[in-house]
Design a protein around this ligand. Structure first.
Ligand code: MN
Length: 289
């Protein structure tokens, strides 16, 4: 018998900020008025790019070459097209429904831009970038890149509900991504007048991002673009909608290790952070034009 899980906090989208010139995002983790890295571990950053229109341009917008270490960046596209290239040979373009899962591990350089041809047309961009933390041991692993195309993401369909299992598992359906620690990441696609019961381990930090439409969680209405932190007081809760909705569900086992974070690096200690910067300046993360 599962114990009901309550809502702990509903967070309105904070004022946007720009990442490079291509990503207009609302930061929910680790925002001052949002959640700390510790509270949502293993999810240590969430930048939400709500729908925003970009005019046509011959010069793709985005973020130039920069490093990462000690974490994974997970990019989920709802609309628009983003291209990624990294110094360990990973690369690809994602569009609606696709996910790219980059393990920075012991260090990588990458760049993230709107896709070239898409930029020439212009259009609406709508996406999420989520960072997941790695344990001290896994921070030493080599960089890795997983391209998850929508068609290859296993899904569960029932009664107007579709659960795309990006990572982890749902009703015995195993997710597309391999993860270092237990993580469930789903895109819930709810048709009008549908609902779903979710049952996730109590100790897993769990939250919802309402990407499209409006939902009701345990009977409480939540508007689009809002973030819902679930308490760690039970397992089971319900998500429903009257008009249809898309919801990103994040649930993961916390990594209970010290966090030392600065810019694009998330390590365990200050000394390791200094080493991460030194290695970057020494060119140890490879080369990327
Ligand atoms: Mn990056």
């Amino acid at each position: 018998m599962s114990i009901p899980r309550n809502i702990e906090k509903i967070i309105n989208p904070p004022e946007f900020h720009w990442v490079g010139d291509g990503f207009r995002v609302h930061n929910f983790i680790p925002a001052v008025n949002g959640l700390s890295m510790e509270r949502m571990s293993p999810f240590i950053l969430l930048d939400y790019h709500s729908p925003y229109y970009y005019s046509p341009t011959d010069k793709p917008r985005g973020v130039g070459v920069h490093p990462h270490r000690g974490l994974e960046t997970v990019t989920i596209a709802y609309s628009g097209m983003v291209s990624h290239n990294d110094s360990r040979g990973g690369g690809g373009t994602i569009f609606e429904g696709d996910v790219q899962w980059m393990t920075a591990g012991n260090g990588v350089l990458h760049k993230e831009f709107h896709e070239k041809e898409w930029s020439k047309q212009g259009g609406e961009m709508h996406m999420v970038q989520l960072w997941t933390n790695l344990t001290a041991k896994d921070k030493k692993s080599p960089a890795k890149y997983q391209a998850l195309q929508n068609a290859d993401i296993p899904r569960y369909n029932f009664d107007g509900v579709e659960v795309e299992v990006i990572a982890g598992s749902f009703n015995e359906i195993k997710g597309a991504a391999s993860t270092f620690t237990p993580i469930n990441l789903y895109n819930l696609k709810l048709q009008a007048d549908s609902s779903l019961e979710l049952n996730l381990p109590r100790n897993y930090n769990t939250a919802l991002l309402v990407v499209k439409g409006g939902i009701t969680v345990n009977g409480q209405s939540i508007a689009v673009d809002n973030f819902v932190l679930m308490a760690n007081d039970g397992e089971q809760f319900s998500v429903s909608t009257t008009d249809g909705a898309i919801v990103l569900v994040m649930s993961g086992e916390p990594i209970n290790e010290p966090i030392a974070a600065r810019g694009p690096f998330v390590m365990n200690t200050k000394e390791e952070l200094a080493e991460a910067y030194n290695d970057f300046y020494a060119g140890k993360y490879g080369y990327l034009e």
